[in-house]
Design a protein around this ligand. Structure first.
Ligand code: SAM
Ligand code: SF4
Ligand code: FES
Length: 352
């Protein structure tokens, strides 16, 4: 067990140099004593590098149909207990329009890997949303370089694809039929095409260790990820991981803080799963290094049906309620809602 002085020294080093070795990261991830000083340092670095503005991204969950069978996710194709839905193009664009009316500058189009949405079909939707002067983030899973290119040409700005874990064996065990190499290929293609690339970890997959989580952080640093979203596993009884232990909220919080220290300019969300696990979890994470929140702007029954895990927050609320709720909570923290599209400050050349 490292002593308190050693922990504080490591945190001070990370705060000043934005670098730590794998063993140092592992030591901080594994130490509950490190949690509060890590959060304080990360909050400081967050303020210095990305300021007090919180970027809101309006999440549109447009289809819960998925060809994949990830063992933790309620949308997996073998889950027969889920009522499936898919929104039409006009409904999706309509939600984006309302999001714009509610003051959003970005919408995130997220779904299972639903092949009804051919590259061309989704490109048409992207073009219509871009005409509203919104930034568009996609989170629709693994596709080919050419499909990603078409969407980028249609105007998509960002892409979220979590690596989930950089432990290849753990990844392939819980994402059966998927290959770790293809996941990395997707992230590289997205980078090559000039997307802002978001990725992240699902904390709590059985077999994951503080060492593999430290490796995840180093992977994000090497990839120079623009956004990193992490959240704890919430076991879903309708999946093979239904009786696995839930992911550790505190380990996840320490990981958020370490990410801010090592990737000071990244966009880091306070994820919905954190709040599903702990009331006001998103505020705690916003005060521990995060600077983004992704309120749900999907309407009606689709919110309930997009059931990745049980207990998901806000399923009975409207987009307007969530917008007001988050706005008030962010203000109460002494922070404000950023009024720009929230691209990374020192933007790489995003041309293709
Ligand atoms: N299908 C796309 C993909 O997998 O990249 C996007 C949608 S997928 C539902 C978004 C994220 O949900 C996944 O990257 C995964 O980390 C998270 N997720 C799925 N099941 C979860 C669970 N039981 N607990 C916490 N997060 C979960
Ligand atoms: Fe499908 Fe994504 Fe869920 Fe995997 S995590 S089953 S790809 S929706
Ligand atoms: Fe949905 Fe609070 S964010 S009601």
């Amino acid at each position: 067990m490292p002593n308190e002085e050693k922990i504080l020294q490591l945190i001070a080093k990370a705060e000043q140099e934005h670098t730590l070795k794998k063993e140092e990261l592992t030591c901080l991830l594994a130490s509950s004593q490190a949690e509060e000083p890590l959060a304080a340092a990360a909050d400081h670095v967050r303020q210095e590098f990305v300021g007090d503005g919180v970027h809101l991204r309006g999440l549109i969950e447009f289809s819960n149909i998925c060809r994949q069978d990830c063992m933790y996710c309620g949308l997996r194709r073998d889950n027969q207990r889920l009522e499936r839905y898919r929104l039409g193009a006009d409904e999706i664009v309509g939600l984006a329009e309302k999001a714009k009316g509610n003051g959003y500058h970005t919408v995130v189009l997220q779904s299972g890997e639903d092949m009804y949405f051919t590259a061309e079909r989704l490109a048409g939707i992207i073009r219509r949303i871009k005409a509203l002067d919104l930034a568009v983030t996609l989170s629709v899973g693994e596709r080919s370089f050419d499909e990603y290119r078409l969407w980028r040409e249609a105007g998509a700005d960002r892409y979220l694809l979590r690596i989930e874990t950089t432990d290849r064996e753990v990844y392939e065990k819980f994402d059966p039929g998927m290959s770790y190499d293809n996941r990395v290929r997707c992230l590289r293609d997205l980078r090559t095409l000039g997307y802002e690339v978001g990725t992240g970890t699902l904390v709590g997959l059985p077999g994951q260790t503080p060492v593999s989580i430290a490796e995840d952080i180093l992977f994000y640093q090497k990839l120079d990820a623009d956004m990193v979203g992490i959240g704890p596993l919430i076991p879903n009884p309708d999946t093979p991981l239904g009786s696995a232990p839930k992911g550790d909220f505190h380990l996840t919080r320490r990981m958020v803080s370490l990410l801010r220290l090592l990737l000071p300019e990244a966009n880091i969300p306070a994820t919905t799963a954190m709040e599903t696990m702990v009331p006001h979890g998103r505020e705690l994470i916003l005060a521990s290094g995060a600077n983004v929140v992704m309120p749900n702007v999907t309407e009606g029954d689709s919110r309930r049906k997009y059931a990745l895990y049980p207990g998901k927050i806000c399923v009975a609320d409207t987009p307007e309620q969530c917008r007001r709720c988050m706005g008030g909570r962010i203000k109460a923290m002494g922070r404000f809602i950023a009024e720009d599209k929230g691209f990374r400050k020192h933007r790489r050349d995003l041309s293709i």
